[in-house]
Write a new protein. Structure first.
Length: 163
């Protein structure tokens, strides 16, 4: 895994980024359904294995994306079409987040040495708060890998939080 992807996963998806703070839970809005199959089945009101245009109207995101999901244009979204759409959407989201994360890192890394000094890290109160713990090699600077490693080891566990 590239260091940018590791940092993206560690920082971007957790809501923490250089120069940005994680939004409060209420600000993030509704969280996506983790179990796509269960979500699909819930939307398939008549249980015929496909979501019709009418069924899609019961869910704002499904209604908005229906045309794009219905790749064969038969007026129904199958579970495979739904899954493929969700996968492509997630990939677009990851690529956008990866690009934004790189731009934030490059902006924060004022001298371009691939490391953040304590001064450069001041743009992120999260990194500053945990700077000493993130700085694994205790050289007074944090690397992308150190941030990714720290975030990976401190990500919330299922059913719990970081405190």
């Amino acid at each position: 895994m590239s260091k940018y992807l590791a940092m993206l996963l560690a920082l971007g998806l957790s809501g923490v980024a250089i120069g940005a703070e994680p939004p409060a839970k209420a600000e993030r809005g509704a969280q996506p359904c983790v179990d796509k199959k269960q979500h699909f089945q819930k939307l398939d009101l008549d249980k015929n294995g496909a979501i019709s245009r009418e069924e899609a109207k019961t869910h704002a995101r499904m209604d908005k994306g229906f045309e794009a999901m219905d790749t064969n244009k038969d007026g129904q979204v199958t579970e495979a079409e739904y899954r493929d759409y969700a996968k492509a959407r997630m990939e677009r989201h990851r690529e956008k987040a990866k690009t934004e994360m790189k731009a934030r890192w490059d902006k924060a890394d004022a001298n371009g040495d691939g490391m953040l000094s304590r001064e450069e890290a001041k743009g992120s109160s999260y990194v500053m708060k945990h700077f000493d713990a993130i700085d694994a090699d205790k050289n007074g600077q944090v690397s992308e890998q150190e941030i990714a490693d720290y975030m990976k080891s401190h990500r919330p566990r299922e059913g719990g939080n970081r405190g």
